[in-house]
Design a protein around this ligand. Structure first.
Ligand code: TRP
Length: 332
């Protein structure tokens, strides 16, 4: 609790262009919490450097990710929007939690195994301890609820284990957070292979729709989406491609599966794909415009960062002070 409100925390890495998967599965839903909860949304640039980044790109994407948060509807007056590296408490608690996390636990993290396979020439210690920094992000704010994608469930479980371990050793210090995976967990799949999650690192860029893609690109990508040899717009065995398009269409139009099936009955896949592309492009138009406007105003984005960092830092210091005292650190 923070000033009588439960706390929500989530983070997005500024490590690439965000896809409609990030938008529909995460960012778009963040705003819904702002009335009832005290919300912290963080651009996790320290997590991003676990893989090599070009400094100028990292800097630009940090602004971009913040601008996208705001363009997607997060009002900085109602949410604390901030950049992780601008609040030193994250690094401090990250180190402390390293000392309460076991080598064996971190070795079992599937994201670590995946990322080390992909970055075999740079399996650095930060990649290994990534989940403890994430636990620090969450635990610093006495977070109750963490909206995340399914792929982050294991990291969240670890954060809970670390919190429980610390609380057990030093008496109650951290709130033990719950993951919040949206009920209808909008998992958006690749347009090229509906068996895998849509990911910015897909080697087939036609299979990935970015929030900032132009309308033409969006329409083209949906026209090329892999489907099946049938012609009915419905879910079913072997129809994962169509099912994925139905999910996306439904996210942008609010229509149910039955309504969609009825709408496209007898019309074939071509019409449907065009309609999904149109709905997606139109649904994102407002976000794209607002984003472009915000990116013209670095001064304003920096002001949001500054206010956000100050407010996050004040909240984080309360937890960090408690942790320092319990550990036996001398505080002057
Ligand atoms: N690891 C998350 C991801 O890649 C990003 C993240 C970092 C995060 N810290 C967090 C998410 C804290 C939720 C809470 O998606």
């Amino acid at each position: 609790m923070l000033n009588g409100k439960k706390v929500v925390f989530s983070g997005v890495q500024p490590s690439g262009n965000l896809t409609i998967g990030n938008y529909l599965g995460a960012i778009r839903n963040f705003g819904a919490f702002s009335e009832e909860y005290r919300c912290f949304y963080c651009v996790v640039d320290m997590h991003a450097i676990t893989v090599r980044q070009v400094p100028a790109d990292l800097r630009r994407r940090t602004y971009e990710t913040l601008a996208l948060y705001m363009a997607a509807g997060l009002d900085p007056a109602k949410n604390t929007l901030f950049v992780q590296s601008q609040v030193a408490a994250h690094a401090e608690l990250g180190w402390i939690l390293d000392c309460f996390t076991m080598f064996g636990e971190l070795s079992r993290m599937t994201q670590f195994k995946d990322k080390s396979a992909k970055n075999a020439d740079n399996i650095n210690a930060g990649l290994f301890t990534y989940p403890t920094l994430m636990a620090a992000d969450i635990l610093l704010y006495q977070t109750e609820l963490v909206p995340v994608g399914v792929d982050q469930k294991q990291h969240l479980e670890l954060a809970r284990d670390i919190a429980n371990r610390f609380n057990g050793l030093y008496s109650d210090t951290f709130v033990v957070p719950e993951g919040y995976i949206p009920q209808n967990a909008m998992k958006i799949m690749s347009l090229g292979d509906p068996g895998v999650k849509m990911s910015k690192s897909d080697s087939n860029q036609n299979a990935v729709v970015y929030i900032l893609d132009s309308k033409d690109d969006i329409l083209r990508k949906f026209r090329r989406a892999v489907t099946d040899s049938g012609c009915e717009v419905c879910r079913g065995e072997g129809k994962d491609g169509i099912g994925n398009l139905m999910t996306i269409y439904s996210c942008f139009t609010g229509k149910s599966d039955e309504e969609i099936t009825r709408e496209f009955s007898g019309r074939g896949y071509g019409d449907f794909k065009t309609a999904v592309g149109e709905a997606c492009a139109d649904g994102l138009a407002g976000v794209r415009e607002e984003y472009a406007r915000l990116m013209q105003d670095k001064g304003y984005l920096e002001e949001v960062m500054r206010t956000g960092a100050a407010s996050a830092s004040a909240a984080a210091q309360r937890t960090l002070g408690k942790v320092r005292r319990k550990l036996g650190f001398v505080t002057l």
